[in-house]
Design a binder for this molecule. Structure first.
Ligand code: SAM
Length: 287
């Protein structure tokens, strides 16, 4: 069966057949460009061995491409109005099932356990931009067995995920993503590849999960608390930022001592530290 929904004409036919009304609150911008669809699926490296989780299938456009490439696809869609449409557009694809739910409420770990024997899954999605960060961080932090996440996100967010210290986009998201995965920007995607057109630029990014974390930390929770505390108070020095954070209970002296033991200047700002340097500080503080 050939994927066919990527053609704008076919998307319009389906939308008209069902009198579909776009819901802004669900971040609905459907892909209508076959080249972009091909590119995403190719970049995701999905093969016939793979179990794929698709988040937000819309009318099933990319789902068709994924079904053709994967062993099995499970697509989770929140909008009730799309469920009968998906039953229609995906009826010829026997390796696809649709779950009507909020992805943030789905037990993905269990899904991977039941449908893929607990082996790592691939996630592919044109994400609803209003919840990009909670979705991605949820997948990593809940220790879902993941091989890679290939997603369309807002361009600025893709940039933030892959930069290091020295860039104005560097922040907690950069560090969290890079702790768990190797980011690779696949393509920038212009607004005219979507219906309706988003007001922001978009990019496809692939996050390949590290087999072994790039740094060794004794206390992962502490590492992330330090990162969040230092970027919550960007204008402050690292020492003051950490001292003022209500989630951390170190004394000012302990913080200053740890910073000195790492060999960092006393007045350094958090945004100057690399992932490795945050790791060293975290290990120093958990001594
Ligand atoms: N995959 C389709 C495509 O590329 O044409 C649609 C992508 S659209 C950007 C995002 C999709 O995610 C919409 O279908 C929307 O209804 C769905 N969605 C939004 N919030 C969701 C949530 N919390 N859980 C599951 N799906 C959600």
């Amino acid at each position: 069966i050939e994927p066919y929904l990527g053609e704008p004409k076919r998307t319009i036919e389906v939308l008209q057949k069902y009198d579909f009304v776009f819901q802004k609150k669900f971040g609905q911008n459907f892909l209508i460009d076959t080249h972009v669809l091909d590119k995403i699926v190719k970049a995701s490296q999905v093969s016939k061995d793979d179990f794929v989780l698709e988040i937000g299938p819309g009318i099933g456009t990319m789902t068709q491409y994924l079904a053709a490439a994967a062993r099995e696809v499970v697509a989770v869609e929140i909008d009730k109005a799309l469920i009968p449409i998906l039953e229609d557009t995906l009826q010829d694809f026997e390796n696809v099932s649709v779950i009507h739910d909020d992805i943030l409420k789905v037990d993905i770990q269990r899904l991977a356990e039941e449908r893929n024997g607990g082996r790592p899954i691939k996630v592919v999605a044109n994400l609803p931009y209003y919840i990009t960060t909670p979705i991605i961080m949820g997948l990593f932090e809940n220790h879902v067995p993941i091989d890679s996440i290939t997603v369309m996100v807002q361009k600025e967010v893709a940039d933030r995920m892959q930069v290091g210290p020295g860039s104005k986009d560097y922040g907690a998201l950069s560090l969290a993503v890079q702790y768990y995965a190797e980011p690779y920007i696949v393509a920038n995607v212009p607004a005219n590849c979507f219906m309706p057109r988003p007001k922001v630029g978009s990019a496809v990014i692939r996050l390949t999960r590290h087999k072994v974390p790039p740094i060794e930390v004794k206390d992962e929770k502490l590492l992330f608390r330090l990162i969040r505390a230092s970027f919550n108070q960007r204008r402050k020095t690292l020492a003051n930022g950490l001292n003022n954070d209500s989630g951390l209970s170190f004394t000012k002296e302990e913080i200053q001592q740890a910073i000195a033991n790492c060999g960092y200047p006393a007045g350094i700002r958090g945004e100057a530290l690399s992932l490795e340097e945050f790791g060293r500080l975290s290990n120093e503080l958990s001594k």
